[in-house]
Design a protein around this ligand. Structure first.
Ligand code: AHM
Ligand code: MG
Length: 334
């Protein structure tokens, strides 16, 4: 095993970085890693078993849930329940947050916000999907943790990460000291450190957004699109358009190659489509930790004060120079 560092080994090694955690945060990350391996197993064999298709239920956003969404939701809640380090799980798939009432969890210090399976419209066609998670310390010191413990600004995150179930499966996370990526080696069933200290290039030439919504975009986004599509050899334009429709996949690619991912407000989603707590905040924390920028078009995502569990936000995220330019156009034209 020489030369291989597993996620478990890495977490223990880095435990000293957590100024206040006495192993709880490490165990929490480990629990998430284990649940994601179970989800990975099901995602991988999805075509083989009768698990595809609608579950016949509808989540809080009024969207039909897929069976794998439901499965992933159950797996993560159950791993976080049995781990005992977390007192509340807030998930994109549940109307309300889930309070973990077991005697060990009641006084647990951590809150987890999670999108158990993001990009689920891609499940039925073998395209990358992901899990996104975010960890906070509860603010209240006694009694039951409440909604106020969940509604914290993104700057308060102590850890965040995503798992991409793609051509290989990776777990990427940060605890505020850089970003590290681990690839699942199916032969040993372990996530192994493959992308240490990930850094997003300051510039790039990939833009990712659903251009089908063009007519509904704010003026600033339309102007930015004009800019990226103009021919100019000096700045390597026109840029390349790449949109999977799976936030984790699109941002993971841009993190490695340099690029911008945009989900702006649209006429259909006047507050944006993506959820602040489950999608925008964790991805913003990771991308900032890798040297990038995440904005709602005007302000830093991590500074937004959440007022509700399923709050939505627009998002412009990725390489510093690209996001800064798009933000400039939003300020000028929108
Ligand atoms: P989901 O949480 O319902 O899966 O929605 C989130 C996904 C993102 O992963 C993706 O980038 C976006 O929605 C795609 O939306 P659209 O189909 O409107 O372009
Ligand atoms: Mg989602």
């Amino acid at each position: 095993m020489s030369g291989i560092k597993t996620l478990g080994q890495f977490i223990i090694e880095k435990q000293a970085d957590f100024s206040y955690a006495k192993g709880e945060l490490s165990r929490l990350l480990r629990d998430i890693g284990i649940a994601s391996k179970i989800v990975n197993r099901e995602v991988n064999k999805a075509g083989l078993v009768d698990i595809l298709g609608d579950a016949g239920t509808v989540n809080i956003q009024g969207e039909g849930q897929k069976k794998l969404d439901v499965f992933a939701n159950i797996q993560f809640i159950s791993a976080l329940t049995s781990g005992g380090e977390c007192c509340i799980v807030a998930t994109e798939e549940e109307d309300d947050f889930v309070r973990i009432d077991s005697p060990v969890s009641k006084n647990a210090k951590y809150i987890v916000c999670i999108d158990p399976l993001d990009g689920s419209s891609n499940i039925d066609c073998n395209v990358a999907v992901g899990t996104i998670f975010s960890i906070y310390r509860r603010k209240s010191v006694e009694g039951e943790a409440t909604l106020a413990d969940v509604l914290q600004k993104g700057t308060q995150q102590v850890a965040a990460g995503y798992v991409i179930y793609g051509s290989s499966t990776m777990l990427v996370y940060t605890t505020g000291k850089g970003v590290n990526g681990f690839t699942l080696d199916p032969s040993i069933g372990e996530f192994c450190l493959s992308h240490p200290n990930m850094r997003i290039p300051d510039g790039g030439n990939i833009y990712s957004l659903n251009e089908g919504n063009y007519v509904h975009f704010p003026e600033g986004v339309k102007k930015y699109l004009k800019y990226v599509q103009v021919h100019d050899e000096a700045t390597n334009r026109p840029y390349t358009s790449r949109y999977i429709g799976s936030m984790v996949g699109d941002i993971h690619r841009n993190l490695i190659k340099g690029g911008i991912y945009i989900y702006p407000t649209t006429a259909k989603s006047p507050k944006g489509k993506l959820r602040l707590l489950y999608e925008c905040n964790p991805m913003a924390f990771i991308v900032e930790q890798a040297g990038g920028v995440a904005s709602d078009g005007f302000n830093r995502i991590l500074d937004i004060e959440p007022t509700e569990l399923h709050q939505r936000s627009s998002i412009f995220i990725g390489s510093k120079e690209m996001v800064t330019m798009a933000e400039g156009m939003m300020t000028e034209f929108s």
